[in-house]
Design a protein around this ligand. Structure first.
Ligand SMILES: Nc1ncnc2c1ncn2[C@@H]1O[C@H](COP(=O)(O)OP(=O)(O)OP(=O)(O)O)[C@@H](O)[C@H]1O
Length: 507
């Protein structure tokens, strides 16, 4: 147990904090970088040069600093950074921190994984510290993140870097049950990390936490960080930032992702996709692999079936119906080691999967980033293709109570998802080798399908005939496509649905 701090020690601590803040303020004030300048263009501080007060009158330069220890920040923050193994700054941190520490608004743009989080978390902590903000002072800072997962990642960074400070902080995101407890505490927290929805919910429902309280104060500092400088980001900046410093550290880059991030695509016939996926996994047992599937039922089937086949690395699954805690757990396990994560597009809406090293990587997981990475088309090496359908057929027989039902639902929901696509040039159910697809999933017979909406623009007329009910109660009308209508022979590669099957993470 910690010894209680004596009155004298507390007083000494307060005095030394006051002294430290005075020194930091003088240091910051005396060495302010020029407005509009990019500190990256300045030479680095020589490694043996004195840091902080140089003599009774002057302080060391911090614009151009390359290491955190060269910045005018508190000992508490420096110690926590060191403990988290952050010593050298990334480019965006070098560019932003000198301006941010002297109170300027920042509009920052840098590639994903470039370290933007610390570029705003450090000045936030320093501001509150220098203001002598106390736990009783209530909300002093709000971080708004677009998604729950990003908010949660930011909260983790805040906890690590703010560990020696005495502020209270809370993560306010949807999908967590403890909203009532949250309501009791939210007005007492110093730092809120939130998603917009949950913040609005508190503004509506939590007593003493009204919009009027959250009107932006006149004296405030605002940072707006993004991976790119788009028109909408600039519009937002015009509304909320005052004379901001525009700092874009990868201006010449043509894309918003690290250069080493590669995206490749392979066109694979529908009935060979599972074989390809299985072969890909077996060939990359030391990788982190994220597999997007079209529907939740597909995720369930492929995950359950592959898990039973034990490919040689852990498998996880993620979809929107999972509870928030489960989703978070899966994200963090995925960060830790070689894993295959099967997911619906819930994983593509924001969170970043870092490879553990300093060069963060989104691995094409986030659509906003994936859209900016050039896609290189590669050809499948059919010689290395391992067939999994035989194994799946045996599995379905071995687990008659679970797997056949999952496979059937996966098959039906996939066809439904194709039918729901508007672009019938590409997504035409009539063009799919449904029998072969069904067999590739290990199903002994092609399931019968019913659609509530069968307005399909197929070149061939579709014959509809009543069939036996299937177990999917949400589809009312039913139709059967005669075998010969669908038997379209060998497909040309170009005719096959264009879809990226899977992507490898890490490089
Ligand atoms: N100075 C640093 N030294 C070492 N590692 C760092 C440093 N700054 C950040 N990192 C690490 O780099 C990774 C990416 O950082 P961060 O998430 O802040 O990037 P980002 O630019 O905010 O990405 P995104 O645009 O995807 O949100 C994290 O794993 C983080 O711990």
């Amino acid at each position: 147990m910690r010894k209680p701090i004596s009155k004298t020690t507390r007083k000494q601590k307060l005095v030394s904090e006051v002294d430290e803040i005075k020194l930091l303020n003088s240091w910051i004030e005396s060495q302010k970088p020029d407005c509009g300048s990019n500190p990256m263009s300045l030479p680095p501080i020589p490694s043996k040069a004195p840091i902080g007060r140089v003599d009774s009158e002057s302080f060391s330069r911090y614009a151009g600093a390359t290491r955190f220890r060269e910045l005018p920040i508190s000992k508490k923050t420096k110690d926590a950074l060191r403990r988290s193994k952050y010593t050298d700054m990334t480019d965006i941190q070098r560019a932003c921190l000198p301006h941010a520490l002297c109170g300027r608004d920042i509009l920052g743009a840098a590639k994903t994984g470039s370290g933007k989080t610390l570029a705003f978390v450090i000045p936030l902590l320093e501001n509150l510290y220098k203001e002598r903000w106390n736990p009783e002072d209530g909300v002093g800072s709000i971080i708004i993140s677009p998604t729950r997962e990003l908010a949660s990642q930011t909260f983790d960074v805040l906890k690590a870097v703010g560990r020696h400070h005495n502020f209270s902080a809370g993560l306010l995101i949807g999908g967590r049950k403890d909203v009532e407890t949250e309501k009791e505490r939210v007005t007492e927290l110093n730092i809120l990390v939130c998603t917009p929805g949950r913040l609005l919910q508190h503004m509506d429902e939590t007593p003493n936490f009204e919009c009027s309280q959250l009107q932006l104060p006149k004296r405030r500092q605002t940072f707006l960080f993004s991976a790119t400088q788009t028109k909408s980001v600039q519009d937002l900046a015009r509304l909320s930032l005052k004379d901001p410093e525009y700092l874009s550290v990868h201006e010449k880059a043509t894309r918003a992702t690290p250069n080493r991030l590669k995206q490749t695509a392979m066109i694979v016939p529908l009935d060979k996709k599972l074989d390809m996926l299985w072969s890909f996994i077996k060939a990359h047992l030391n990788s982190r692999i994220l597999v997007f599937l079209s529907t939740r039922k597909q995720v369930k089937f492929v995950y359950e079936a592959f898990k039973k086949l034990r490919p040689g690395l852990p498998l996880k699954c993620l979809h929107g119906k999972m509870k928030q805690e489960g989703r978070m757990g899966t994200y963090s396990q995925f960060h830790e080691k070689a894993t295959v994560l099967f997911s619906t597009d819930v994983a593509s809406r924001g969170p970043d999967f870092q490879p553990g090293s300093r060069l963060g990587c989104s691995g094409g997981l986030s659509r906003r980033y994936a859209a900016k990475i050039p896609i290189e088309s590669i050809k499948a090496n059919n010689k290395r293709l391992q067939s999994v359908s035989g194994l799946l057929s045996s599995l379905l027989v071995k687990y008659p109570d679970t797997l056949p039902g999952l496979a059937k639902r996966a098959f039906i929901t996939y066809l439904k998802s194709i039918q729901n696509h508007k672009d019938k040039e590409v997504f035409d159910v009539m063009q799919l080798p449904v029998d072969e697809f069904s067999a590739s999933m290990g199903l002994p017979m092609t399931p019968k399908i019913r659609f509530s909406n069968h307005k399909m623009k197929s070149k061939k007329p579709l014959e509809l005939s009543p069939i036996v009910e299937t177990d999917s109660s949400d589809m009312r009308m039913h139709w059967r496509t005669p075998k010969e209508e669908l038997d379209i022979g060998d497909l040309e590669e170009e005719e096959v649905e264009r879809k990226i099957l899977c992507q490898q993470l890490g490089f």
